[in-house]
Design a protein around this ligand. Structure first.
Ligand code: ADP
Length: 266
């Protein structure tokens, strides 16, 4: 049987992600471009993933799009919801996952899975920027600290400040006022991590937490948030450097399943 190549693209609000798979189990490449729906991100992320995989677009047998911008992306063969794709991708990365905490650019979701991997429940916050990547980006701008350095700063904190506002705009004012009172940046960042953890932790508690718990989405790249969330929900959280591409991976796995089912049908 010839090799089957599938492509999964996750067009998010903030970033475009792509995964190229060979035969549904070998990751040939992954790519992230930090701009999402309505930008050149989707086109660029596919070009990058194909280049890194060393293959031409014609080699791809099936493409599945997921994420916020999936329905306006015409080059895909099929579209599948990000809930299904995150669940599928996370289960590939972490055997037996039962709870997924996904914090993306503009929403946070908690998914409960049955032992067979099927989605049994979920909760989502997409009404408010607090507890999402957007909140982190606003804070990064105020502090003039790169978002990828937040974890390093937060880990040096010895006297975490309290950020009590749940609204992003008021929390920003609170951060500015802490800085005006000469609070250390590391203590403010630790407070920001705590604030996100408290919001997303409540969402997780409402959904129900069963171990193993996995974190996906771009915000999981911040180890400070993962640690603060572990403290908040009282259980360990698994994550890895592939956390941001979990949805695109799931889309690529669905693309492979589609090809196999088609073959069986013929
Ligand atoms: P979406 O799918 O909504 O586009 P992602 O899951 O791709 O969102 O996550 C985007 C968010 O990830 C950004 O808003 C940013 O806060 C966060 N992020 C991206 N890269 C990093 C990093 N290196 N360290 C910490 N946070 C990051």
């Amino acid at each position: 049987m010839p090799d089957l190549h599938t492509l999964g693209i996750d067009i998010g609000s903030t970033a475009s992600k792509c995964v190229v798979l060979k035969n549904g189990n070998e990751i040939l490449s992954t790519a992230v471009i930090p701009v999402g729906a309505g930008t050149s991100g989707p086109k660029r992320v596919i070009e990058k993933a194909l280049w890194d995989a060393g293959i031409e677009e014609e080699i791809i047998d099936f493409t599945v799009a997921t994420g916020y911008g999936r329905n306006t992306f015409e080059s895909a063969d099929d579209q599948i919801s990000e809930l299904s794709c995150h669940a599928k991708g996370a289960a590939f990365l972490f055997d037996g996952v039962r709870t997924i905490i996904d914090i993306g650019g503009q929403d946070a979701k908690v998914l409960s899975l049955l032992p067979n991997g099927k989605l049994s429940n979920f909760q989502m916050n997409d009404k408010c920027a607090a507890g999402t990547g957007r909140f982190m980006e606003v804070m990064a701008r105020v502090l003039d600290v790169d978002i990828s350095d937040f974890s390093k700063y937060g880990s040096r904190s010895e006297n975490r400040v309290d950020i009590s506002s749940t609204c992003t705009v008021f929390a920003e004012t609170e951060v500015i006022s802490h800085l005006a009172k000469a609070a250390k940046i590391e203590d403010v960042i630790a407070g920001i991590h705590r604030s996100v953890a408290s919001r997303v932790g409540s969402l997780a508690k409402r959904t129900g937490i069963t171990e193993p718990v996995v974190m996906t989405g771009g915000v999981a790249k911040n180890a400070g948030i993962v640690k603060a969330l572990e403290e908040e929900i009282g259980v360990g959280i698994k994550t890895n450097q592939m956390c941001q591409i979990a949805g695109a991976l799931g889309a690529s796995l669905y693309a492979y399943e589609f090809l196999i089912e088609e073959e069986e049908y013929e």
